[in-house]
Design a protein around this ligand. Structure first.
Ligand code: NOJ
Length: 782
């Protein structure tokens, strides 16, 4: 009865997906009907590429294990002495110390003496590969000192399909797959250079928090994604991370085409372990396993937080009674989990698992210092470069030795006390806060009224040794300059000294794991900005924002002279902001997403999908827009955003000239022909063309410009980002930027051939400073 019912439901889901497809020519492949095709058996890892030695060592190690010992490696155990998010038990007779897995992608969670790093969204806004690499290496050197084998990040899913997504800030980098993938690549390489394994998560199409997990009467949301969109959008950054050598992938809570993320044989066996040649292991998100043998056969290799519910003794039993072949367990352990351990040298002088992660921080414990003063510059630069200057009327910024500065808004001050990682910056509200807010529900996740945010909330939230708030950093500046400060962090209609040389209004945009945001702007902060601007002629608006923030409610007010999106800067937030406001740093961040004028410009992709109608128990989220999210959608519909993808101002000005394209000698056959290597077919990375251009600093001061290259692939979106280079340029000087276009960069996914197809034809090439300011144009003939 149950299976008949589920067939009917899946049938209805297919029906709905077909309707969506029929109305939308974008998703034209034939196998997407909201169902996931079966792909069995689970492919064995073979030790491809530079995994060969690790596989040999792992085979030798696992040959000494009993079945029970092998099974113990596939699931977490309850561990009370450390705060590791998950623990694999030791095997003392073979000197295997066990493993510690710990959150997350923005720094070590739940311990002391570690840093609060700029979050992924800030890295995305920096458009800086070197910085992404340096941040990742600095961050995981802290994980290593604390005895963490696997750092649970970076996040490249969500990609950011839904503007109100609760986790878009986490390590999302950008909702453009190319930018996200390029920064994920550097992050994985940087992280793993310290011997700590990156867990790239959440695989895949984990685009909303709403209904991410099954509840009593409602299933987990099914992201229904067609094959073409899957490859060209959501898989793209995962592919880059695997190409970079990522040792671990975390499968997600949501269902994908109606099959659970950790039981989806198409995505795990088919795409990840076959097409992408992934040699590491797949770990479940915490509690994302909903079946035993079926998940093993679908390609899951390790269960967290405990192996006991479906696996553990049941997995041993399944092998003994013939339901599951021991080869699959051998593949989980020999070829994947233990190979990963050898691959990153964790058998050699790696700190004891969880050594710096005591479970009770408030009790006396031996302190293991994770921080290192050599990362100070990276932490600061990461905070600065994540700031994007969006408006600067009549050069209001940088401030010119102001005498009176007024500061308003709850996000200018530190929260009243050190907040835990679950609710950073958004702890219980004081009664006076409540009285000035419209409704309490308007507050939760909309903004953190109790103080500034340096990260979002949930498992990716920062632990930090200190917090530099905007107020504290401004006070220090006033001390140095002899200027005078006024402030009010509470009132929505504060008393404003009209003689202020500058009035800074600081709001935040809070987001957290577990829930999507209730809106893209809030009335309290919009009202505060307008009230200050009604008195103060030089009103400078700043947000610390864990996601996109609409600004049309105030941006055209003549007294709003400047706007900065600070994103989620980590522990040096205030210090970074003040250095930009006073011109000690020249802003160089660019938007890693578009800022539309209105919610309606998103055509439904502002909000998460909700369970409804006949799907109320089996929520469906049809990705029927295909690859047309963010700027791809706005360009296709000819909608002018307030600020376009890739936009960001500097205190200097750049010009672009001399575009040139050069074709290489690489084959331009329709399909790649080389065998699968780690990351996919090898010749996907052949460089087919190089584009160069000259960028000149025509202003008065040194600054960094992000030159961006967009390609119009025949039949696809008008423009897609396919290159970027950030260059620091002295006034009057020029640099040549160079963009390499690979076979994959110029291809589309062919759903029939199941390969990347390089079309013959004319490719439009544009270079400039944002997705809509592209002064250089040429074509590439293939
Ligand atoms: C659930 C989150 O989705 C995941 O990102 C995190 O790593 C695990 N919990 C462990 O805390």
């Amino acid at each position: 009865m149950v299976s008949i019912l589920s067939c009917i439901v899946i049938g209805l889901a297919s029906q709905q997906a077909r309707i969506a497809r029929a109305q939308d020519v974008i998703t034209s492949d034939d196998y997407f009907y909201g169902q996931s095709p079966p792909v069995y058996p689970s492919p064995n890892g073979t030790g491809l590429g530079n995994w060969a030695d690790a596989y040999i060592k792992a085979r030798n190690f696992v040959s000494q294990l009993t079945l029970e010992e092998k099974v113990n490696l596939t699931g977490g155990v309850s561990e009370t002495s450390t705060s590791c998010s998950g623990s694999i038990a030791a095997i003392p007779r073979l000197n295997f110390p066990g493993m510690c897995l710990s959150d997350a992608g923005n720094g070590v969670r739940s311990t002391d003496f570690v840093s609060g790093w700029p979050s992924g969204l800030s890295v995305g806004a920096s458009w800086n590969r070197d910085l992404a690499h340096a941040r990742a290496a600095g961050m995981t050197s802290e994980f290593r000192r604390k005895g963490v084998n696997i750092a649970l990040g970076p996040v490249v899913g969500p990609l950011g399909r839904v503007a109100m997504g609760g986790r878009n800030w986490e390590v999302g980098f950008s909702n453009d797959p190319y930018l996200c993938g390029a920064l994920a690549y550097e992050t994985v390489v940087g992280m793993q250079s310290t011997g700590v394994t990156a867990s790239v998560k959440h695989y895949i199409a984990n685009e909303q928090e709403t209904n991410r997990n099954p509840e009593a009467s409602v299933g987990a949301v099914s992201s229904n994604v067609d094959d073409k969109t899957m490859h060209e959008l959501y898989l793209w950054p995962f592919q880059d991370a695997i190409l970079a050598g990522a040792g671990n992938i975390m499968c997600s809570y949501n269902r994908l085409n109606n099959s659970h993320g950790c039981a989806n044989s198409k995505s795990l066996n088919g795409i990840l372990k076959t097409e992408l040649g992934f040699q590491g292991f797949v770990v479940s998100d915490w509690g994302a396993q909903h079946a035993g043998v079926a998940t093993a056969q679908a390609g899951l290799d390790m269960v967290m937080p405990r192996g006991s519910a479906f696996w553990g003794n049941n997995l041993t039993l399944a092998v003994k009674n013939g339901s599951l072949s021991e080869t699959r367990v051998d593949d989980m352990t020999t070829r994947r989990i233990i190979a990963m351990w050898y691959q990153f040298g964790q058998d050699d002088a790696f700190p004891e698992p969880g050594v710096g992660m005591p479970s009770e921080l408030s009790s006396p414990h031996e302190v293991v210092i994770g921080t290192n003063s050599s990362y100070k510059r990276v932490l600061f630069d990461g905070a600065v470069e994540g700031h994007v200057l969006l408006k600067n009327k009549d050069n209001a910024l940088p401030l010119k030795t102001p005498r009176i500065v007024s500061l308003f808004g709850y996000s200018a001050k530190a929260p009243d006390r050190y907040t835990t990682d679950e609710n950073i910056g958004n702890e219980a509200l004081a009664p006076e806060d409540i009285s000035i807010m419209e409704t309490k529900s308007n507050i939760i996740s909309q903004y953190a009224s109790n103080g500034t945010i340096i990260s979002g909330g949930g498992s990716g939230a920062n632990q930090f040794p200190y917090m530099s708030s905007p107020f504290e950093a401004l006070s220090q500046r006033a001390y140095e300059d002899g200027s005078f400060l006024y402030w009010d962090f509470h009132s929505s209609n504060p008393t404003v000294n009209a003689q202020s040389d500058a009035c800074i209004v600081d709001g935040n945009v809070y987001a957290t794991e577990g829930q999507d945001r209730p809106g893209l702007h809030d009335d309290f902060t919009d009202g505060l900005i307008l009230n200050v601007a009604s008195v103060c002629a030089n009103t400078i608006v700043v947000f610390q924002n864990a996601g996109v923030r609409l600004v049309d409610q105030f941006i055209d007010h003549p007294n709003v002279t400047a706007l900065i999106f600070g994103h989620v800067p980590g522990q040096d937030s205030g210090r970074a902001l003040i250095s930009i406001l006073y011109g000690d740093s020249n802003p160089s961040g660019k938007l890693p997403y578009s800022v539309p004028k209105n919610e309606s410009d998103y055509a439904g992709l502002d909000t998460p999908d909700q369970p409804e109608g006949i799907f109320v128990k089996f929520p469906q989220s049809n990705f029927s827009e295909g690859v047309y999210i963010d700027y791809r959608a706005l360009d296709a519909k000819n909608i002018t955003p307030r600020y376009e993808f890739g936009f960001g101002l500097s205190y200097t000005t750049f010009s672009f000239s001399d575009i040139k394209t050069t074709l290489s000698n690489s084959s331009t056959a329709a399909y790649p022909t080389q065998p699968i290597a780690v990351g996919g077919q090898k010749d996907l990375w052949d460089i087919l063309a190089t584009v160069t251009a000259t960028v000149t600093n025509i202003g008065e001061i040194t600054g960094a410009e992000v030159a961006q290259l967009y390609v119009g692939i025949p039949g696809g979106p008008a423009r897609q980002l396919r290159g970027f280079e950030k260059a620091t340029i002295q006034p009057g000087a020029s640099v040549t930027v160079s963009f390499s276009l690979t076979r994959r960069d110029l291809s589309t996914w062919d759903v029939v051939a199941q390969k990347w197809l390089l079309q013959r034809g004319t490719y439009e090439i544009h270079v400039g400073s944002s997705s809509r300011n592209l002064p250089l144009t040429t074509t590439l003939q293939l």
